[in-house]
Design a protein. Structure first.
Length: 80
């Protein structure tokens, strides 16, 4: 598993940082550029955690962070 801290740029009395855990993504030149990932997140500022299925790029962890935030904002996550 891999964990990243994704800074959203928002402030709810403290900066919002999502701690996101997802399987390590490994791709070679023959794999697709984007993969489906089951990610878990924790928003310490708001006390919310959840699980989402997102598409992300192995080349850029920010793509995972942006995708998780978009699903979180839209309410498309499962509470855990």
């Amino acid at each position: 598993m891999q964990t990243i801290s994704y800074e959203t740029g928002r402030d709810y009395g403290a900066p919002q940082v999502l701690e996101i855990t997802f399987p390590v993504i490994t791709c070679d030149l023959f794999d697709a550029a984007f993969v489906e990932v089951q990610a878990h997140f924790f928003d310490a500022v708001r006390g919310i955690s959840g699980a989402v299925k997102v598409f992300g790029s192995d080349a850029n962890e920010n793509s995972i962070g942006r995708a998780v935030l978009a699903e979180y904002d839209a309410g498309r996550y499962q509470s855990v």
